[in-house]
Ligand binder design. Structure first.
Ligand code: 13P
Length: 380
């Protein structure tokens, strides 16, 4: 697109009034900002609680289309009631709160209730789990970009955020999708437009008193190498943190939800877990401010045990400036979904499977996971 990886055409120097050297004068001039500053502390408290030691996030925010795909894989029809029953299985799992600090809900789910009539956000809160909400409206074709996507959902977002807060959400999620294809994709155009949208969403969330989970996902689909994933993840994080700063988003009050630096599924040379850990940390040290409380990885189609082992290897390399945790969808749910299979009599088996994965990922938070621990799983 005629731009180098490190610059954005037409960009002028950032003049954010929240630069540290300007803070004193800025607050003296602008009374209204004092409130904002209070908010940042509140946001930071929420963000830090979500990445508390040994804890991470369950991503249960599959859109109707995605949950249908998951249900198709176990031969279960996706209806409002089967979706509700499945989410109830997850949310009522006894003891999961030892390892799970937050759950990301979907628009339908945040309005649903458990069988006893308790709204899901209330149920989670009663266990000390913070409810969150996916607020983007999915990745759509980016104009004039030949197959790349832009995530939509900014129109009316301020009003939707206010409603979600009323419904009990304390954090939000927005996922941008970056594909790797050949040498030309991703374009700087796709990277920067997605970064801009992520920052607009993050600023609106912070304004509403909700911690934004900023999710720029570089997909692992394709034949690309570990080195190429490093390069694209690096360009993406550079754009995301530039836009966040320019749009006055406070790094203390966000969580980053990225991909790990991985070779594409179809790459003939697959790195070891140690190499993945090393390259991922090397990349993030370059781009993620130490002020960000936590990095909560997505699993992105890795097997559940790979996702756990790689997180474990990264934490073994610590201490790091940020907490390194998980916000897994598939890697926390796949065995539970299979054990349940849509049958009421399998609810307990599903819960045991989910509890086990949560426990394994909790161990990976401190680098204490070992594959032998998988044997602890109580057979379904
Ligand atoms: P996966 O862990 O299945 O990638 O899901 C996490 C998520 O929330 C993707 O947006």
């Amino acid at each position: 697109m005629g731009m180098s990886a490190e610059t954005k055409e037409g960009r002028t120097a950032a003049t954010s009034p929240l630069r540290v050297e300007n803070l004193k004068g800025y607050f003296a001039r602008n009374k209204a900002t004092e409130g904002t500053q209070m908010n940042v502390q509140e946001l930071e408290r929420t963000a830090r609680a979500i990445v508390a030691e040994g804890k991470g996030i369950l991503a249960a925010d599959e859109s109707d289309g995605t949950i249908k795909k998951r249900f198709d894989s176990i031969g279960v029809e996706s209806s409002e009631d089967t979706r509700r029953a499945y989410r109830e299985l997850l949310f009522t799992t006894d003891g999961a709160e030892e390892y799970i600090s937050g759950v990301i809900l979907y628009d339908e789910t945040i309005r649903q209730t458990a069988s006893d009539g308790t709204p899901f956000p209330k149920l989670l809160e009663s266990k000390g789990i913070t409810p969150g909400i996916k607020v983007d409206k999915g990745a759509k074709p980016l104009a004039l970009a030949g197959g790349e996507t832009i995530t939509e959902g900014l129109d009316g977002l301020r009003e939707r955020l206010a409603e979600y807060r009323e419904l009990g959400a304390r954090f939000t999620k927005w996922r941008a999708v970056i594909s790797i294809k050949g040498r030309e994709i991703p374009s700087e155009y796709a990277i920067w437009t997605n970064a801009h949208a992520l920052a607009r969403y993050a600023a609106l969330s912070q304004e509403a008193g909700l911690v934004p989970i900023v999710e720029p996902e570089v997909l692992m689909d394709g034949e690309h190498t570990l080195e190429r994933s490093f390069e694209v993840t690096s360009r993406t994080l550079h754009a995301v943190f530039t836009e966040l700063r320019d749009q006055r988003v406070q790094p203390e009050g966000i969580l980053l939800k990225p991909n790990m630096v991985l070779a594409g599924y179809e790459c003939p040379v697959q790195p070891t877990h140690e190499e993945v850990a090393h390259e991922t940390i090397r990349c993030f040290k370059r781009h993620v401010p130490a002020a960000v409380p936590g990095i909560v990885f997505l699993s992105g189609g890795q097997s559940d045990e790979d996702a756990t082992s790689r997180l474990n290897e990264m934490n073994k390399l610590g201490p790091h400036p940020w907490q390194l945790s998980f916000s897994y969808g598939r890697a926390l749910q796949a065995p539970a979904l299979k054990a349940w299979g849509g049958q009421e009599e399998n609810v307990e088996a599903g819960q045991r499977a989910y509890y086990h994965r949560a426990k394994m990922n909790s161990a990976a938070r401190t680098g204490m996971y070992a594959p032998e621990m998988e044997q602890e799983a109580v057979p379904a």
